[in-house]
Design a protein around this ligand. Structure first.
Ligand code: ADP
Ligand code: MG
Ligand code: MG
Length: 903
């Protein structure tokens, strides 16, 4: 755009903004403005907008008007402060701070003390009456500016600082005096000159402009770009830049800097939470260079500032109606607020705080529901380590990595997949420890209780695959040195952990322990299970909070929630967790175990009679399964899917069987049945079973199979009806691609149901529908609906077929690379891909309803329990989601949230 005519305002004084202008002023700037307008003591300053950044990024130049606008605001600031930027006898100093809408790693670090130079350092010393302070501020400026603006390796400054301390024989930077620091300044300037080929800029305005430009540039730094891709933050938001007059916490013991929370981010309780460090500036307090004191100590150190801070915290909480975190500085007994924002909190605290704020009358129930989410609830449902259990002295924390996949796992350390599999087969629980995992580790990962790696982040192979399996994983525990060759790892303190030593890992916190930490069930699950009542004495505040928010979610949600459950036990649990029916009962699980032999007989049948005999033997067993299921779900819908997987899954493994037959033949005693079985295995072998003979295709080519299943369902329902119960079966056909397939199955099913109804003298009211899990089914959903009472989106297979991904293959082999390259921020098997798979779901929903307005619509893929996906299904207008019993509370909560967040 031609920015000469750009009429926009690019600079806002802190007095001009407010907290709702995050898009324009970034989070930090918007909140600084908000605090300023609340009358809190914020050092004056101004914010350069994200619009200015966008112009710079588009055109490579700051907007023409920016320079003058900055000059105007700077002049006003100088006027107000009574001194000019870098004025030699009394310099105004500022910080230049980045601040995007979302806080982002990879953005430029703040540069403090801008405006100092060779000529103003003496003026600062005189004004402060403290020479040491002035030189300390100057060396900090050159260090921060050199590193973040000029790109000099920060280590060089650190080394020079360490060297100065060594020479002097002291441990901390506060022990260096003015002379030491002025020498250090010379060294720092030398480093800058050597590394950049030019001198550290002495002109204050040049310092400021360069810093502002460096913030703009950092928007497109590699780390920032990667982070945005992964978090799906749009690349065109740009960042704002805050210029803030300096206040000094490093002016002696009556000064200092600190961080605080308005309530405990772990429990939610109100109180005094934070850290304070005397005689310190900026990041010192979190950098761990000196020991901080708990915030409560400030009361003793500086009562007046402490009291004022407490009042300000209350003001902020009431104003933001939420937990806030705060950065503050005290300069010679005067308190200054440097930052606030709505603070991060633990999952438990999120629920507690939300209900506490309702009780305080600060927010209503709908807002409380918006303040929590399903991911937090899921975290609260994992069993956890009992940190209060009396340790046997042998358990101790030994490291911490990235919490990659939640849960608490205990087992013996093994360092390779082979041992993991071997030990777990003999009944041992193992933790697979690797530097990082690769596809060869898959079997070991399956066998292990949990996975621990010393390298890699949230998108590493270990993390992605473990999450896909729902297995506990801690990755990137860099303190642990893993030596897979010698099958051991060395801890930070030199302790060696050998194969077979007990480890405990916490995938929710990333903590690693040596020894066995006792695991306790989650109180929240005890509550959902009905073993603990929200009002009971042993129920803590957390259970009460979860109960209240869940009740509210249930009251407002439109989406119903069903369970994927294959047996009466799961169904009963699902019902306790709040399921309103079964959305997917897989019948293949009913053909395993003892019954596998009957399936073999069916597959091997040469004649119609043999086949019928095999089916006849299966019928009463199937019927029994369904009777139990209808009992557990009496009065609620139960969707039963007819047989879906390829038949070879019921036959012995091809290699095992070949070996058995070969050995037997060598002894001239080959079994006739084994030989036939082997032939069948060869015949049924498929290159690509996922796309082969399965689902409705089986029903159409194996005579009598679906008929047997339909009869079992109908007879079970009839038996329950005759016992005055209320069975509500829905028969579901898998993998339909065209309406003709469904028509044939439907005709036969209707005939059988009519027969059973007549024989039993009942009316069954069974419905018959289909899964929509192939692109063709979605594209022809209008036609398919003519023949279906309901659709259930099988979003797992739909994702596989839309993307052309075979899940088991792609997750292990290249998803890590895709996630790292930011091709998607989250696996499409975890969260529904709205733009592709989701589009087909929407299309099929609309076409299906156009044909048949009363068409019932649900989803039974794992996405049914994923928070983001639940919101999508709500928006699309499905009637229900169905997920594994354990995810039901998450789905209920998110369905409620979907109604109050408006999408
Ligand atoms: P971050 O985004 O990393 O929190 P900040 O811009 O908040 O970066 O600044 C880093 C540190 O410098 C913080 O401790 C902050 O309080 C401090 N700081 C920033 N501006 C000033 C200032 N004008 N005066 C004193 N300290 C400041
Ligand atoms: Mg900060
Ligand atoms: Mg499927």
């Amino acid at each position: 755009m031609p920015h000469t005519q750009d009429q926009r305002k690019f600079v806002y004084d802190f007095t001009e903004g407010n907290k709702d202008l995050k898009d324009l002023l970034g989070g930090k700037g918007a909140n600084l403005a908000e605090m300023t307008n609340l009358g809190l003591p914020v050092p004056p300053g101004f914010t350069i907008t994200t619009d200015a950044c966008k112009v710079y990024l588009d055109s490579g130049d700051e907007p023409a008007a920016l320079r003058d606008e900055v000059s105007e605001h700077l002049a006003a600031l100088e006027e107000r402060m009574g001194k000019k930027l870098g004025q030699p006898d009394d310099p105004l100093l500022v910080s230049v701070r980045s601040g995007a809408k979302f806080s982002m790693p990879g953005m430029m670090d703040t540069v403090l003390n801008i405006g100092l130079s060779d000529s103003s350092v003496a003026g600062l010393a005189t004004q402060a009456g403290d020479e040491r302070f002035a030189w300390d501020s100057y060396r900090r400026l050159i260090q921060m500016f050199g590193k973040t603006v000029l790109g000099v390796d920060g280590e060089l400054f650190e080394e020079a600082l360490d060297e100065a301390k060594r020479t002097k024989g002291v441990k901390t930077d506060v022990e260096l005096d003015a002379g030491d620091l002025s020498t250090l300044v010379d060294e720092f300037k030398g480093i800058v000159a050597k590394e950049t080929g030019r001198d550290f800029p002495q002109d204050p305005r040049t310092q400021m402009d360069l810093a502002v430009r460096a913030v703009f540039d950092s928007w497109n730094g590699e780390r920032a770009k990667l982070y945005r891709r992964q978090e799906r933050i749009p690349h065109d938001l740009g960042t704002a830049v805050n210029v803030c007059s300096m206040v000094f916490g490093n002016l002696g013991p009556d000064s200092g800097t600190g961080v605080a929370f308005t309530r405990d981010p772990a429990s939610g309780h109100q109180g005094v939470y934070g850290d304070y460090l005397q005689n310190a500036q900026g990041e010192d307090v979190v950098a761990g260079i000196r020991n901080t004191v708990p915030l409560a100590e400030l009361e003793r150190i500086d009562k007046a500032s402490y009291d004022q801070l407490m009042k300000i915290m209350e003001t902020l909480e009431t104003h933001y109606k939420d937990l806030c975190d705060i950065e503050f500085t005290i300069e010679r007994g005067k308190l200054w607020m440097l930052q606030t924002r709505v603070g991060k909190r633990t999952a438990g605290a999120a629920f507690r705080i939300a209900t506490q704020l309702v009780d305080q009358g600060l927010i209503d129930e709908a807002e409380a529901l918006r303040r929590v989410n399903g991911a937090q609830l899921a975290q609260l449902m994992f069993p956890r380590f009992d940190d209060k259990a009396p340790g046997d002295g042998k358990v101790r924390p030994v490291g911490r990595g990235i919490a990659a996949s939640p849960g608490a796992a205990v087992g013996k350390a093994v360092f390779d997949s082979y041992t993991a599999v071997k030990w777990s087969r003999s009944g041992e629980k193992v933790i697979l420890v690797r530097r990082e995992t690769n596809p060869d580790d898959l079997n070991g990962m399956i066998a292990a209780e949990g996975i621990l790696t010393s390298r890699g982040g949230k998108t590493s192979h270990a993390a992605v695959v473990a999450r896909g399996m729902g297995k506990t994983c801690v990755c990137g525990a860099e303190d642990l040195e893993v030596d897979t060759k010698r099958r051991r790892m060395t801890l930070h303190d030199g302790t060696v952990v050998e194969e077979g030593d007990l480890l405990s890992i916490d995938g929710s916190t990333g903590k690693v322990y040596l020894g066995e930490v006792p695991v306790v069930p989650s109180p929240v699950v005890e509550y959902f299970e009905g073993r603990m009542h929200a009002g009971a004495a042993e129920a803590d505040e957390l259970v009460g909070a979860v109960h209240r928010i869940m009740s509210y979610a249930d009251r407002v949600r439109r989406l119903r929630v069903r369970a994927n459950a294959d047996n009466a036990e799961d169904a009963a649990r699902a019902r306790r967790f709040g399921a309103q029916g079964i959305g997917l009962c897989r019948t293949e699980h009913m053909f395993l175990g003892d019954r596998r032999e009957l399936v073999e007989r069916l597959i091997l049948a040469d004649t119609g009679d043999e086949r019928e005999a095999a089916l006849g033997a299966l019928l009463p067993l199937q019927k029994g399964d369904f009777v139990e299921l209808f009992e557990a779900m009496d009065g609620l819908p139960v969707t039963i899917r007819l047989l879906d997987p390829p038949l070879h899954e019921f036959l012995p493994d091809i290699t095992d069987l070949s070996v058995r037959v070969a050995l037997a033949e060598a002894r001239h005693e080959a079994h006739e049945n084994d030989l036939r079985l082997l032939q069948a295995v060869h015949r049924l072998h498929e290159q690509n079973p996922m796309l082969g003979l399965r689902g409705v295709r089986l029903g159409l080519v194996i005579p009598g199979l679906f008929a047997m299943q339909v009869r079992a369902i109908a007879e079970a329902a009839a038996q329950r009806k005759n016992a005055k119960a209320d069975p509500r079966a829905e028969i579901m056909i898998p993998l339909v691609g065209t309406v003709q397939e469904l028509e044939i199955v439907r005709e036969e099913a209707e005939r059988i149901i009519a027969e059973v109804e007549q024989a039993q003298g009942v009316e069954l009211k069974l419905t018959l529908g289909t899964m929509i899990e192939l692109p063709r089914a979605a594209l022809t959903a209008g036609q398919i609906a003519e023949c279906a009472d309901f659709f259930s989106f099988g979003t797992n297979d739909l994702t596989q077929t839309v993307w052309g991904f075979s899940r088991d293959d792609v997750e292990a082999s290249f998803f890590t690379a895709y996630l790292e390259k930011g091709i998607f921020g989250v696996s499409p098997f975890e969260t529904i891909d709205r733009g592709g798979v989701g589009k087909l779901v929407r299309l099929a929903t609309e076409a299906g309803r156009a044909t048949r307005p009363d068409l019932k619509l649900g989803v039974c893929g794992e996405h049914g329990g994923d928070p983001d996906s639940v919101h999508f299904f709500h928006e699309v207008g499905l009637d229900y989601v169905s997920c594994s019993p354990f995810r039901i509370p998450v789905a209920r909560l998110e369905a409620g949230r979907a109604t109050v967040t408006g999408g």
